[in-house]
Design a binder for this molecule. Structure first.
Ligand code: GAR
Length: 214
């Protein structure tokens, strides 16, 4: 049986789309079981509906507090038989309760080479810092924002005349490769978390790296 994914979104949903597209291949070892948004008008919800995937809008303002909202999200994920939760542009900070509940079954994609540039405006900050390589990271989620064992990274060279928008577009292309790759490695049972590091079994370096080495 394929690993059942619960994807949490807040907006555009292009990373969700990359997972949906990857799962169209019957050999891909995971499938999107449910998509949950905290925002009713998230464009990504239409992508899920178009693919015939179950959707739920779970709005924080409909709940008394954050624990109650997160309990509703957890219940919906459990009901859908989800084995791995994928944050894909889900712009809410998660409480220790939620992170504990899904410990090592909760991953995120972030648009920088962590631990550089956690938080927002990553592309502008990378240009400002003058780094030669930028990129994206898929990592297990821990309580502190944008931390946790790194599963896959993709590196993107920064050009001298890059703007935040054009750099973001090139990083996004790599996000759409990195997220399905990380999910595949996990679903194939090849990923082990050892402290703050991830080991990928049966893999050469190239299996978890996209970019100059791959
Ligand atoms: C992506 O670039 C993702 O890496 C970023 O939001 C975008 C969502 O795009 N996530 C974060 O910044 C989380 N810290 P999408 O909705 O098209 O997938």
């Amino acid at each position: 049986m394929r690993l059942r994914l619960g994807v949490l979104i807040s907006g555009r949903g292009s990373n969700l789309q990359a997972l949906i597209d990857a799962a169209r291949d019957p050999d891909f070892p995971a499938e999107v079981a449910i998509v949950i948004s905290n925002k009713p008008d998230a464009p990504g919800m239409e992508r899920a509906r178009a693919a015939g995937i179950a959707t739920e809008v779970i709005r924080p303002k409909d709940y008394a507090d954050k624990p109650a909202h997160e309990a509703a999200v957890t219940a919906a994920l459990a009901e859908a038989g989800v084995g791995l939760v994928c944050l894909a542009g889900y712009m809410r900070l998660l409480s220790p309760f939620f992170v504990d509940c899904w410990y090592d079954r909760l991953i995120n994609i972030h648009p920088s080479l962590l631990p550089a540039f956690p938080g927002l405006e990553t592309h502008a900050r990378a240009i400002e810092a003058g780094v030669r390589f930028h990129g994206c990271t898929v990592h297990y989620v821990r309580v502190e924002m944008d931390t946790g064992p790194i599963i896959v990274q993709a590196a993107v060279p920064v050009a001298d005349d890059d703007t935040p928008d054009c750099l973001a577009a090139r990083v996004l292309e790599q996000e759409h490769r990195a997220y399905p790759l990380a999910v595949r490695l996990i679903a194939e049972g090849r990923v082990t978390v050892e402290g703050n590091r991830v080991a990928v079994r049966g893999a050469g370096l190239a299996d978890a790296v996209i970019g100059p080495l791959a």
